[in-house]
Design a protein around this ligand. Structure first.
Ligand code: TPP
Length: 316
């Protein structure tokens, strides 16, 4: 992939797209991911940002932390607005009213609430119409900005304020939605799953995503220490454990071809991931051991399915 080399020396010399002084929580993965995504792109960028933590924390009136053009849109229509902006850009070029020496890249950011749930229809439509933009889902597995409510991305067994832990409920009763699989079923040119702990993998995926001629989608695990209940210093450690337990595998689907990007040398048991986070603290108690076993089985089942799709030998 052409462009600035993806090494730390060169990247540290580039100006970050978000200035210091934004109001995202200490240790928030969203700030890390936004920097990784935008620093991977050398062309001019326009950001389309659905409502959520990223938007409210970076643009507290009358200030903004964005150093790139940025548009805020409603919760439900991030992809529809990205389509409109991209279509307007193409129309301007057709009329000869826009310089074409450097192309503009359109990047949409939205949370899992805005993507898995409420913005899914707009996203599906934009992908089917073939607009050329990169959509990044910042998947922190809940509606965090409004106080840690469950979403369809929240994993089974997780505590949230709307899936409490008690006699009636062991945290969220349902399995999480496989959004990356749903997006891959749209047969767009590029779909991938990434994590900020594996920054080079993530940034290489961004490079591929913005190079394709059509829509691209990245689902990125976005640790939220407020909602996941852990020390803010552990963001990347928790994220790495999500990858090493195969809870959050790193893979890509390029023109329909599935490829695994990281195979842990030793697949760790899911409890290693669960025990780092207060939202799963109850699962360490003896009465929830059956649920932990069920979660392990589901992780294994999804991992084996992925290995099969990627043409990899079966796991252990
Ligand atoms: C149509 C609509 N419903 C509800 C809200 C209130 N609201 C604002 S942000 C938010 C949560 C966003 O969750 P998510 O998309 O997962 O992003 P996060 O804040 O977790 O990054 C909600 C429910 C809204 N702004 N618009």
């Amino acid at each position: 992939m052409v462009g600035t080399p993806l090494n730390l020396k060169v990247l540290s010399e580039k100006q970050p797209p978000l200035s210091g002084g934004h109001r995202l929580c200490a240790g928030c993965a969203e700030a890390i991911i936004v920097k990784q995504v935008l620093l991977a792109i050398d062309d001019p960028v326009v950001v389309i940002n659905g409502t959520g933590c990223l938007e409210v924390s970076t643009t507290i009136f009358p200030y903004t932390a964005w150093r790139v053009p940025w548009i805020h849109v409603a919760f439900e229509n991030t992809a529809a607005v990205a389509s409109g902006v991209e279509a307007a850009y193409r129309a301007l070029i057709r009329r000869g009213g826009f310089p074409t020496d450097r192309r503009v890249v359109f990047v949409a950011f939205a949370g899992d609430g805005g993507t898995y749930d409420i913005g899914l229809q707009a996203l599906s439509g934009a992908l089917e119409r073939g607009h050329k933009f990169l959509y990044v889902c910042l998947d922190n597995e809940g509606y965090m900005n409004t106080g840690i409510q469950r979403s369809s991305a929240t994993p089974r067994g997780a505590w949230t304020t709307t899936t409490p832990v008690g006699a009636a409920m062991p945290g969220k009763p349902q399995w999480r939605k496989d959004l990356t699989g749903i997006i891959a079923a749209h047969r767009i040119p590029y779909v991938a799953q990434a994590a900020p702990s594996h920054w080079k993998d993530l940034m290489s995926k961004v490079r591929k995503a913005v190079a394709v001629d059509g829509p691209a989608f990245l689902n990125v695990l976005a640790d939220c220490n407020r909602g996941w209940r852990h020390d803010p210093a552990l963001t990347l450690e928790v994220t790495r454990m999500a990858v090493e337990t195969c809870y959050w595998p790193l893979f890509e689907v390029e023109n329909g071809e599935w490829r695994l990007n990281h195979r842990p040398r030793r697949k760790l048991p899911i409890i290693e991931y669960l025990k780092l986070q207060g939202r799963f603290a109850h699962l360490l108690r003896p009465e929830y051991q059956d649920l932990v076993e069920e979660i392990q089985k589901e992780v294994d089942r999804r991992w084996e399915e992925l290995l099969h799709r990627c043409g990899e030998p079966a796991g252990t």
